[in-house]
Design a protein around this ligand. Structure first.
Ligand SMILES: *Cc1c(COP(=O)(O)O)cnc(C)c1O
Length: 820
């Protein structure tokens, strides 16, 4: 029996669950997401109730072949041949099972926590220690209450080192993760402001985090950070590092930049030692010092540590979705390859439906801890389940196992160079291509060949943040209230099908766009959700019906046109949405028209009213609350009359983003979520609680010039500096959406973390910023907005609203989506 295979009977005992076992099964896979079922026959589904009630997904998991479930006591579900283990707390049961599994193995386990750098330190230690150890670690940054048990579950008897990170957001969580990870060696990384809101103060947060180490024999940490905690450190042996204090075990006393490397010298055991770090940014240097300290603490010789650290590779935990050549989409995950992250990337591939054809380019996988035959069988099975149409295997190990792979098209090459030579015969066209390779295969070369060359100004969309925001708003809704996501105007400038596919996969109920052709594009890129069209044009009714899009009817004229059309085409019961004007005075039936409307609707066979809705004009603003209340009561009067006439229930909705947060009584059956998805909610008092910014607009420096006081620059000699200084010309202008209003010092951009004001007029493709005193050179990155300088701040600078800033980013600016 495999070491992580348990009978369901054994599991019932381990987690102390009730319920009758109707049939014994061998369980090897733990499942928590019904959309991501792998190995259903050996899978155990934990019906976690979080933002969504896990029990609703039992049916889906059952349909996917799962027969074993852990559910909360009292859940009444029957399914043939299935076992339901009953517990009080499903998450606790998952953790108990993982902790049991962990405790069967007597291996060294490094536990990492801190606010920043956990994932990088974990991945780097993996790079540094895997030459001599068989390492098991969290995939990506799976460090949550759910992610940690799933990570620990992978331990098998071949592993002799575990490296697990733990993330917490509030008090009481870390003990649970400690019990699952049971680290023997601890590492505390940088403590910063992340998750401060979950704790009374910074000290409480640190005290909590230290609890991870209560059973460790050794703790590695920054000396400075724990000075005031000396009495609370729960371990006997410590290894400290510092750049300030001589008494640290590793005292770094000199730092210098030597040709793109960071060169450190330190005192260690009364000797001087050195280390070259192949990164320059502050965070990477700190993380690398943590790794350095860890290697020394574990007994590596300084020379060996230096030698390995010098060869560290950048860690990219994110996969990026980009526009490819020949109408392809490229999912770039070219920096790491193991079976867990392959599964995550394949799930992402299946979410993106814009092209029917799905392609995977995969390299050999190293360090899996599995025998090659077993590993590649698993890989082949996984790829088959995920319905990859075209498979390209690169590497000797894959090449030797071509017959494992069974799909319409398959190709194998011994190395990356050979594959690139055959690029033309591979004939990539109109497909979604996932590129996934181990570091040494340098798959970034493949990515460069397949991705459309980006103009250097890009809008980055963080899909994790988008999902966070979706779930944030969901958590505000009563059970059963539907979510319509508004994706008009290229999803507020963020791109249509990429965002829409993610929303569809995450089960929003409806999408809405402004015009029929926007709806047609959604259909053409794999969207099967119902789609509402705010502003349907009569000239495109045939497309509307052909693509099964649902029009908003807002006037008698439109109603008449649509019914006439439906009559001609013999369309019956076509779903439509009625818009009521309760005060916006833009589109919609007014209160005095409702009666006539009802007369027209009565006994009309051509349409079926799917929903009745209205739009709040100032849901975000307290000073208009009286008006909002009036709108809500007008709406109630209108829909009641309409429902009475129709004789059936319709979906009722009035709340936009700020309506969700500020008007919980006005959610009715559905809410319409727009700008909140992008982390912006002008109705929230503290704008960032729980929301995450989604978009980053960045460009680069084209040239740097010295300017003397009084010299003028840009058109009409509009700009000048008051003292001698330096300007940088950057690659963004009003044609990219950086409006002229930002010129002459009104707008600012972030260069190396410092805000640099614009100088002179913004030109079409470029503009100038004052970088006096900032160390900047050609090619450096310049941020227009991100989580530091927010879209809200830009809106304030030029006296507009965030909606306009976001939707102004022109289509010439390439969108890159990433997902971690
Ligand atoms: C754009 C729009 C929304 C979304 O509004 P947000 O404030 O972005 O949430 C909702 N309803 C209608 C009718 C809209 O036009």
């Amino acid at each position: 029996m495999l070491s992580n295979q348990y009978t369901i009977i054994a599991i019932q005992q381990i987690i102390n669950a009730g319920g009758n076992i109707v049939k014994d099964y061998n369980i090897s896979t733990l499942l928590t997401d019904s959309r991501r079922i792998s190995n259903p026959a050996g899978g155990l589904f934990f019906a976690l109730s979080g933002r969504r009630n896990g029990h609703e997904f039992i049916a889906e998991a059952y349909a996917g072949g799962v027969r074993n479930f852990v559910v909360k006591h009292g859940t009444d579900i029957k399914a043939p041949e299935s076992n339901f283990l009953m517990v009080d707390d499903v998450l606790a049961a998952l953790q108990t099972l993982a902790a049991y599994h962990r405790n069967r193995f007597n291996l060294e386990v490094i536990g990492i926590t801190g606010s920043n750098g956990k994932t990088i330190v974990k991945e780097w230690l993996y790079q540094l220690l895997s030459p001599d150890k068989n390492v098991v670690r969290n995939p990506k940054s799976y460090n949550s209450q759910i992610g940690v048990p799933l990570s620990v579950w992978q331990i098998n008897e071949k592993n002799d080192l575990g490296i697990f990170e733990a993330g917490i957001s509030t008090v009481g969580e870390i003990e649970k993760l400690e019990a699952v990870i049971r680290p023997t060696v601890g590492i505390l990384t940088h403590i910063g402001p992340a998750h401060d809101e979950g704790f009374e103060n910074r000290n409480q947060k640190i005290t909590e985090k230290l609890k991870l180490f209560k059973n460790c024999r050794l703790l590695i940490h920054n000396y400075d950070q724990l000075i005031s905690f000396q009495d609370n450190i729960p371990v006997e042996s410590r290894f400290t590092w510092s750049t300030n204090f001589k008494q640290a075990d590793l005292y770094v006393f000199s730092e210098a930049v030597v040709s793109k490397n960071y060169y450190l010298r330190a005192r260690y055991k009364d000797a001087e030692i050195e280390c070259l770090i192949p990164f320059l940014d502050e965070a990477s240097v700190e993380n690398a010092i943590v790794c350095w300290a860890t290697m020394l603490a574990l007994g590596y010789a300084p020379a060996e540590a230096d030698d390995r650290i010098e060869r560290l590779n950048a860690v990219s935990m994110r996969l990026e979705l980009k526009t490819g050549i020949n109408d392809c989409s490229v999912i770039d995950d070219s920096y790491n390859s193991d079976i867990q992250s392959l599964e995550i990337a394949l799930n992402f591939l299946t979410q993106q439906n814009q092209h029917q054809k799905k392609t995977l380019i995969l390299s050999d996988i190293y360090q899996s801890g599995l025998q090659a035959d077993v590993l590649y069988r698993q890989v082949a099975d996984m790829i088959k389940i995920k319905q990859v149409d075209k498979f390209i295997g690169v590497g000797e190990a894959l090449m030797a196992r071509q017959d494992y792979f069974d799909m319409p098209e398959k190709f194998f090459y011994p190395d990356t160079q050979a594959m690139l030579q055959h690029l033309r015969t591979l004939n990539f066209k109109g497909e979604t291509i996932l590129i996934k390779g181990s570091r040494s295969f340098e798959f970034e070369r493949i990515s460069r060949a397949l991705v459309q060359k980006a103009h250097e100004t890009i809008l980055e969309i963080n899909l994790n943040a988008l999902l966070n925001n979706l779930n944030f708003y969901r958590s505000r809704l009563k059970q059963g209230v539907k979510v319509m996501a508004i994706v008009k105007a290229f999803s507020y400038g963020s791109g249509t099908f990429e965002v829409a596919n993610i929303l569809q996969y995450n089960k929003v109920d409806y999408l809405a766009v402004a015009y029929i052709d926007e709806g047609v594009s959604l259909r053409n890129t794999g969207i099967s959700l119902p789609v509402m069209i705010f502003n349907p044009e009569a000239s495109a009714f045939d497309k509307l019906i052909e693509f099964n899009l649902e029009p908003v009817i807002y006037s008698f004229g439109l109603l008449d046109e649509f019914i006439t059309y439906a009559q001609e085409k013999n369309v019956l019961n076509y779903p439509v949405h009625l818009k009521i004007d309760t005060g916006m005075h833009r589109l919609g039936f007014e209160d005095f028209e409702i009666e006539t409307l009802c007369d027209l609707l009565e006994a009309n066979r051509y349409i079926r009213v799917q929903s009745v809705f209205s739009h709040l004009v100032a849901s975000e603003a307290a000073k208009h609350d009286k008006f909002t209340k009036k709108q809500i009561s007008n709406f109630e009067t209108a829909y009641k009359q309409i429902e009475l006439t129709l004789g059936y229930k319709v979906i009722k909705h009035i709340s936009n983003t700020s309506g969700i947060t500020r008007w919980p009584g006005a959610h009715y059956d559905m809410v319409r979520l727009g700008i909140g998805l992008y982390g912006i909610d002008t109705g929230m008092e503290t704008p960032d609680t729980g929301l995450q910014p989604v978009a980053t607009l960045k460009t680069s420096v084209a040239q740097v010039k010295k300017i003397k006081a009084g010299e003028t620059l840009s058109y009409s000699r509009s700009g000048s500096l008051t003292k001698d200084g330096k300007i940088a010309t950057v690659r963004i202008g009003y044609a990219d959406g950086y409006l002229r209003a930002f010129g002459n010092g009104v707008g600012k951009m972030l260069v190396k973390g410092v805000l640099a004001p614009t100088v002179g007029n913004i030109t079409m493709d470029m503009c100038m910023i004052d970088v006096t005193g900032i160390d900047v050179k050609e090619g450096d990155e310049v941020i227009i907005f991100n989580e530091q300088q927010r879209i809200n701040d830009l809106a304030t600078q030029i006296g507009t609203i965030p909606y306009e800033i976001l939707t102004n980013v022109s289509q010439r600016v390439k969108r890159v989506y990433f997902y971690e």
